[in-house]
Design a protein around this ligand. Structure first.
Ligand code: NAD
Length: 475
């Protein structure tokens, strides 16, 4: 079957052949090519940063009013919306997301994020400061947007949307694992912007991202990915005090008290298996369960895991798809082996499903009788693996939740509203969701501790992608 071939990168408003030709993007469900992606050179990445710099300095993007930028971003959202149904198959093929996740969170979410950016552009850029002055929000300059494999287009839209709304120019560099949808997104958005405001580069390795981070033309790096790479980026960015937004890993606690609605809590715990096979930064992978219901909750989970339909992500009704790559599956399998070595009980899963000889599948996996000092409780696995730990009381639940290097997200389930709030306030994470409250696009989002630096989400993204200037005067 013919697969799409993308052999160009976008520099200064022109699509040009990538210096290194193309490399195959692998369909994780079939292990066959899903397409071919451009492999640009370091020189092309540097040229893209330079082109963004020129477009930024030249204007008119930076000097336009927010209302003018809003109109263009609104058009980008409309054009994406018109094409989005056609992008679902490509998204399933390159990411392995099951159809429902691909449709809602990988594709439709992109249109919503672009529309939101159009609204953000309308926010006031100036605020009076008494007695005689004004605080002015200005763009930072050129923003390198470096994105991960798990939600490629959605994550990219979450960066370019607010960055552009603030008047910055951007260079996009997606994960080499599944960059094809991002190339399409960039094609659609670039078509409505002044040339050079949005640039797209891609290559099969770390050096393209590294070139952007050290480029003198880049003022800011907006990065989503692993904590290890985020740390390297922060170190490199420090040389020129580049602004950074770092959205990194997590090991989020899902705290289940005995007085909660157990059915809903169970469903939330199982979303680690069904939501993109656990390849999601906010996954509640550390399930902390209060003693009286620990046996019931873990038994119910262990019974449910093997009943979930795992397989071809194209098929409606399949809820667990493959992991994105062979490397990611190996990483998950290493952690499963580690959990057993450390003495946790493998209550379900742990294997490659025998009926799926091809594709990077791992069964929904549950470890019980785990301790919080085990690697499976401390490190981000990024796969369909849940680690269940028991606690005796509220104080111990909070202590366990906080005994983590990460601090991205957390969940609490309880019938006692006051306790829910108390626990949510006591846990040191960027977000806490009580009793299944849904992620809120208008809320601030980001991590404590090793989960990152900075806040995006809603109007808080304006702060992340802007410099603030004070102009004072005497009368
Ligand atoms: P990764 O860190 O391996 O790669 C992310 C991006 O960085 C890719 O584009 C990659 O090519 C690039 N890169 C790699 N080395 C680089 C370097 N030295 N300099 C510059 N760029 C470099 O992450 P991944 O495996 O693609 O994604 C999974 C990770 O992303 C998980 O840790 C997950 O928690 C995290 N994540 C976090 C959030 C969040 O919002 N906090 C959201 C999604 C994913």
């Amino acid at each position: 079957m013919a697969v799409p071939v993308f052999d160009q990168v976008l520099i200064g408003g022109r699509w040009v052949p990538a210096d290194g030709g193309t490399y195959p993007v692998v369909n994780p469900a079939t292990e066959e090519p899903a397409g071919h992606a451009p492999a640009c050179s370091v020189a092309q990445a540097e040229a893209a940063a330079r082109a963004a710099r020129e477009a930024f300095e030249r204007g008119p993007w930076r000097t336009m009013s927010g209302a003018e930028r809003s109109v263009l971003l609104g058009t980008a959202a409309e054009r994406f919306q018109a094409e989005m149904d056609g992008l679902v198959e490509l998204t399933i093929a390159e990411t392995g997301a099951v159809r429902a996740v691909a449709q809602a969170q990988q594709v439709r979410a992109v249109a919503a994020r672009l529309r939101r950016a159009a609204d953000l552009a309308l926010a006031a850029a100036e605020e009076p400061v008494a007695p005689a002055g004004v605080a002015v929000r200005e763009p930072v300059g050129v923003v390198a947007c470096i994105t991960p494999f798990n939600f490629p287009m959605t994550n990219c839209a979450g960066k370019i949307g607010p960055a552009l709304a603030c008047g910055n120019a951007v260079v996009v560099k997606p994960s080499p694992i599944d960059p094809l949808g991002v190339a399409e997104l960039c094609r659609i958005v670039d078509a409505v912007l002044p040339p050079g405001v949005l640039n797209f580069v891609n290559g099969d390795g770390a050096e393209i991202g590294q070139a952007l981070v050290r480029s003198p033309d880049v003022d800011m790096v907006s990065f989503t990915g692993s904590t290890a790479v985020g740390r390297r980026i922060e170190e490199a960015a420090a040389a020129r005090m580049k602004r950074t937004v770092l959205e990194l890993g997590g090991k989020s606690p899902n705290i289940i008290f005995a007085d909660c609605d157990v059915e809903r809590a169970l469903a939330s715990a199982m979303s680690v298996w069904t939501f993109h096979s656990g390849q999601i930064c906010i996954a509640g992978t550390r399930v902390l369960v209060e003693e009286p219901i620990y046996e019931t909750v873990t038994r119910r989970l262990a019974e449910a895991g093997p009943t979930l339909r795992i397989g071809d992500p194209h098929e409606p009704g399949v809820v667990v798809g493959p992991l994105v790559s062979a490397a990611q599956r190996e990483r998950v399998e290493r952690y499963i082996a580690r959990g057993r070595e450390e003495g946790a009980t493998l209550a379900c899963g742990g294997r490659r499903p025998p009926h799926l000889p091809r594709g990077y599948y791992v069964e929904p996996t549950l470890f019980t009788d785990a301790r919080n000092d085990m690697a499976i409780a401390r490190e981000e696995i990024f796969g369909p693996v849940i680690t269940a730990i028991r606690f005796r009381d509220e104080a111990e639940a909070i202590a366990l939740a906080n005994d983590s290097d990460y601090g991205l997200y957390g969940y609490v389930w309880t019938g006692d509203a006051e306790r829910g709030l108390r626990v949510a306030r006591a846990v040191r994470t960027g977000t806490m969701q009580i009793n299944g409250s849904a992620p809120n696009p208008d809320a601030p989002f980001g991590g404590y501790k090793l989960s990152g630096v900075g806040r995006v989400g809603g109007r808080w993204a304006l702060g992340a992608y802007s410099e603030l200037k004070y102009i004072g005067w005497t009368t």
